[in-house]
Design a protein around this ligand. Sequence first.
Ligand code: 4NP
Length: 162
Amino acid sequence: MSKHSPYRVLFVCLGNICRSPAAEIVFNAAVKEAGLAGAVRADSCGTASYHTGERPDSRMLAALERAGYSYGGHRARTFRRADFTDFDLIIPQDHSNKEDILALARNAADAAKVRGMWEWFAEGETERDVPDPYYGGPAGFDAVVALLARAMQRLVAEELQG
Ligand code: 4NP
């Protein structure tokens, strides 16, 4: 695990209304299931500010509900440099998000905290990123939740229990 208790994990996407709030919710459920709820703290944010203050996209909340997850309340916010200090692990949902965050890193220690969500994809996974579902239909939102659920099992096992 880490030096810090609680261990602080930040999920990042573009708008902080679809993928990263879903990642936070699915991660929290996996953490709770593993009996680690008190030892971990998660948050999410976006690299872009155009949805700041908004609730998660209703289509994403519907997909989460279909998969049995409950939403605890979140308002979109933008990634800030202080997040490099405030979090132990920073997880962009796609490669573009990762580049945008790395461009803000102050030093090698900051950059080392940034690890793409795909690092926990299983070998047979066909996606390279957590795909942006924003411009598609409900199936895309369901696919994101399912992909995240598979990846979070590995993340919890490898980073929190390993
Ligand atoms: P997210 O999805 O990055 O997963 O929150 C998006 C949200 C908003 C936009 C694009 C993606 N947008 O272009 O407004």
